[in-house]
Ligand binder design. Structure first.
Ligand code: S3P
Length: 426
């Protein structure tokens, strides 16, 4: 499928984005091993989070979806049944990596599969620690899905993560729910802490300090009534668009602003954007608020070190900001971008060049000089939701219509993105 975006004048409006993808996955998984019925409101409409629901259904859990409200009939830590077919994680790295943590403690064997993109993403990062805890795992070429897991009795682990990854941290903590004793995970840079926050809400014994979290097993989780906040990574497209298109003013309602995600807001402010958090509140340990952004003069900036880990999902759209900023954008220490849904360094570079924008790439990032203009033409999503949306934002500022090939990829996290975009143009 394709979408044709015509350049916009100023953007105006009040909008909302789907429930947070990261939080929705975690709520569904934890609800599935809680002891009773949980209700999750504002569950992400994205295909990834529905892959998680399909997988837990495949494990014998009753799941009812009514619009954005999901009811999960949890059956306790050992309530999963051996699936009669492969579990299909679709495009979702979070599904396959985090669910593996729960499957490692089950007394059956199962196989997790994914689409073409997921089948090329590395799984050793979770296979190593889960094997140390006692699960048996095998994968194509030792690292790619399909991933076979034979769970069993787990021993606790003190794991020092070699890469900053919330999916790996979550996987080990979820496996730790099964292991008798304390399982500790230490991270080289802070990553999103939604698993730790949700585990506490569900009643697990979890302790945290600077750069570490530990959970005590075996755990018993209580069912909950939850509501996911809006997804800041989806809001990011509108925040950049609102900041970069002169004369714009947008309000995005009810967005999650967990401090381990909100580096985006601070970065936008440091790059010169006018962005404010209004009406903030806290629900189930997760802060949220309305975000207001106005068209601003943008300076650009540098993303490296710990900031690269904190902004990893937003870098494609921040690249767009970089091109139209005064000083441009440099990204380093972000080699993880190469193993996302697609190689996001090459995908960003390819589309920038298709739109006549200069970019230099490195193994771990890129540099985009500022003060550039986007030309009309055709860009490719490469099947990656964040690439499709990032270049839709670039298209709003182009000198003529831009065709986004593979626009359907956006539905992985934001099926309503194109209608939402149309609603704020003009
Ligand atoms: C996610 C963690 C990040 C992020 C992904 C979602 C999560 O991946 O890129 O979109 O929900 O934990 P890594 O943990 O691989 O960095």
């Amino acid at each position: 499928m394709q979408e044709v975006i015509t350049p916009a004048g100023r953007l105006r409006g009040v909008l909302s984005v789907p429930g947070d993808k990261s939080i929705s996955h975690r709520y569904a998984m934890l609800a599935s091993v809680a002891e009773g019925v949980s209700i999750i409101q504002n569950y992400s409409s994205g295909a990834d989070c529905h892959s998680t629901l399909a997988c837990i259904r495949g494990l014998g859990i009753d799941v009812l979806v009514e619009g954005r409200t999901v009811t999960v009939h949890g059956r306790g830590l050992h309530g999963y049944r051996a699936p009669s077919a492969d579990l299909d994680a679709g495009n979702s790295g979070s599904t396959i990596r985090m669910l593996s943590g729960l499957l490692a403690g089950q007394r059956f064997k199962c196989r997790l599969v994914g689409d073409e993109s997921l089948s090329q993403r590395p799984m050793q990062r979770i296979m190593g620690p889960l094997a140390q805890m006692g699960a048996k795992l095998s994968a194509r070429e030792g690292k790619f899905p399909p991933l076979e897991i034979e769970g069993g009795e787990l021993v606790p682990l003190d794991y020092v993560m070699p890469v900053a990854s919330a999916q790996v941290k979550s996987c080990v903590l979820l496996a730790g729910l099964h292991a008798a004793g304390e399982t500790t995970v230490r991270e080289p840079a802070a990553t999103r802490d939604h698993t730790e926050v949700a585990l506490r809400e569900f009643g697990a014994e979890i302790h945290r300090g600077d750069g570490w979290a530990k959970v005590k097993g075996p755990a018993r989780l209580r069912p909950l009534h939850l509501r996911a906040p809006g997804d800041l990574s989806s809001a990011a497209f509108f925040l950049v668009a609102g900041a970069a298109v002169p004369g714009s003013n947008l309000v995005i309602e009810g967005v999650g602003v967990n401090p381990t995600r909100a580096a985006l807001i601070d970065f936008l402010a440091s790059a010169g954007a006018q962005v404010r958090v209004l009406n903030s509140g806290l629900r189930s340990g997760e802060p949220s608020g309305d975000l207001e952004v106005s068209g601003s003069r943008l300076k650009g900036g540098l993303i490296d070190g710990r900031l690269a880990a904190a902004l990893i999902d937003e870098i494609p759209v921040l690249a767009v900001l970089g091109a139209v900023s005064e000083e441009g954008l440099t990204v380093r220490d972000a080699a993880e971008l190469r193993i996302k849904e697609t190689d996001r360094i090459e995908a960003v570079a390819g589309n920038m060049r298709r739109m006549g924008v200069q970019i230099e790439t490195f193994d771990d990032g890129f540099h985009i000089p500022g003060g550039q203009r986007f030309r009309s033409g055709t860009v490719l999503s490469q099947g990656d939701h964040r690439i499709a949306m990032a270049f839709a934002v670039a298209a709003l500022m182009a000198d003529g219509p831009v065709t986004i090939e593979g626009s359907e990829a956006a539905s992985v996290s934001f099926p309503e993105s194109w209608s939402t975009l149309r609603g704020i143009v003009g």
